[in-house]
Design a protein around this ligand. Structure first.
Ligand code: MTE
Length: 388
């Protein structure tokens, strides 16, 4: 590790330990600086105060994202002390028999595995125009892993669901700074009972790391990442949707298209659920100079609860499109890697575009659906390259 990298690693570890404010640290971090923090490797720091780390798109070259390359999104401090022996998951509310499960009891339940692409609703926020407040994610607040743990529905079937139990609330054990409301959200009972909705304890075959929700997190496949509550401590069945900051005003989308820059009344919004259709070019990198000859353009495409039907590439600024080859690895809630063999026939500057279409017939738009919180950016992706 070179001395600058070692310095940054030291700084980031110290900052995380101290919960330092960004103003103390950003002087050391040029825009898009990648930094190692314990357990993570080469991610882009978007916030130091709470750990918000973005995966560089160049890492979108394996179907499963290695855990140290998996993006991290925290709204507040991670739990300081979390002892697996003392941890309990309480299950209560509108059900017949409330439960409190230890980690050992949870581990004895039948395990199910789901490969899921987890994307933060705010991924791509920095690309919206006009710009909107919030973590200025580039394209990499998204990653894919093999999650495993018991099905939520198996736990709920043990407790018995009352007919009044219509929504399932999750509470995380985050360290709440000052007056910030705790991380609590709910999902409708139908999604909670889906065979792929898990209480995940493992990621890519190993126990969850602290950054990703140890010892257990909700895993709500195909939905915005916010649905998948980390450091889970409580599940509660409710008669109606949970009312709180992370359900409203947080994580809501306008009911109607919005003129960029316009305000939207809360009553004209609905909670975010499933992800949009989207593709990202992982290579060549934006701004790269490449040699003339054969070149593999490659990337990833995903569509939340739908599957990817095709990815098309244009190397002439959108005049003509050719289908990319979809990768062999696939699972219902996971991204597809794709490649396109390109042979630029003369040197010059090129704009490469990628456009995904899913099995629900949705196609990436040329312009994103602007909204005041900058959620669900999914415009056609583009990189500019110079062919030497
Ligand atoms: N759970 C808790 N308890 N606290 C959080 O701040 N962030 C959510 C979700 N679960 C969050 C949480 C958001 S917004 C996202 S995108 C995902 O976790 C990110 O999961 P990851 O950090 O494992 O990538």
């Amino acid at each position: 590790m070179n001395s600058r990298r070692a310095f940054l690693k030291h700084m980031s570890a110290a900052a995380l330990a101290a919960g330092a404010t960004p103003s103390l640290l950003t002087w050391a971090l040029p825009q898009n600086q990648s930094v190692d923090v314990p357990g993570e490797d080469g991610l882009i720091v978007r916030s130091f105060r709470f750990v918000d780390l973005e995966t560089p798109v160049e890492y979108f070259n394996t179907w499963l994202t290695p855990v140290p390359h998996f993006f991290v999104r925290n709204h507040m401090f991670e739990p300081v002390q979390l002892d697996a022996q003392d941890w309990r998951l309480s299950v209560g509310g509108e059900l017949e028999k409330p439960l409190a499960l230890t980690l050992a009891e949870l581990s004895k339940l039948e395990t199910h595995t789901v490969v899921n692409t987890l994307e933060c609703a705010g991924n791509g926020r920095s690309l919206h125009r006009p710009q909107v407040p919030g973590v200025q994610w580039g394209k990499g607040a998204v990653s894919t892993a093999r999650f495993s743990g018991p099905r939520l529905r198996d736990i709920l079937q043990r407790t018995g669901i009352k007919p009044t139990g219509k929504h399932v609330m999750f509470r995380g054990l985050d360290e709440v700074p000052g007056k910030v409301p705790p991380f609590i959200r709910s999902i409708p009972i139908e999604k909670a009972l889906d065979a792929d909705t898990l209480i995940a304890t493992h990621m890519n075959g190993s126990p969850l790391t602290k950054h990703h929700g140890f010892p257990a997190r909700a895993l709500v496949p195909g939905w915005v990442g916010a649905a998948s509550c980390k450091w889970l401590t409580e599940i509660k069945l409710l008669e109606s949707e949970f009312v709180g900051n992370f359900m409203s005003p947080g994580y809501r989308f306008p009911n109607q298209p919005v003129k960029p820059g316009d305000a939207v009344k809360p009553e004209d919004t609905h909670p975010l659920t499933a992800l949009s259709v989207k593709s990202v070019i992982a290579g060549p990198s934006d701004g790269a100079t490449v040699k003339a000859g054969k070149l593999a353009v490659h990337g990833a495409a995903w569509a939340g609860e739908a599957d990817i039907a095709k990815v098309e590439i244009s190397t002439d600024a959108g005049t003509t499109w050719t289908a990319a080859k979809l990768g062999h690895d696939q699972a219902h809630h996971a991204w597809r890697l794709w490649t396109y063999d390109w042979k630029p026939n003369k040197p010059g500057d090129y704009t490469i575009l990628s456009r995904a279409t899913d099995t629900q017939g949705r196609t990436q738009p040329a312009t994103p659906a602007w909204n005041p919180s900058g959620y669900l950016y999914n415009a056609i992706d583009q990189v500019n390259v110079h062919v030497a």
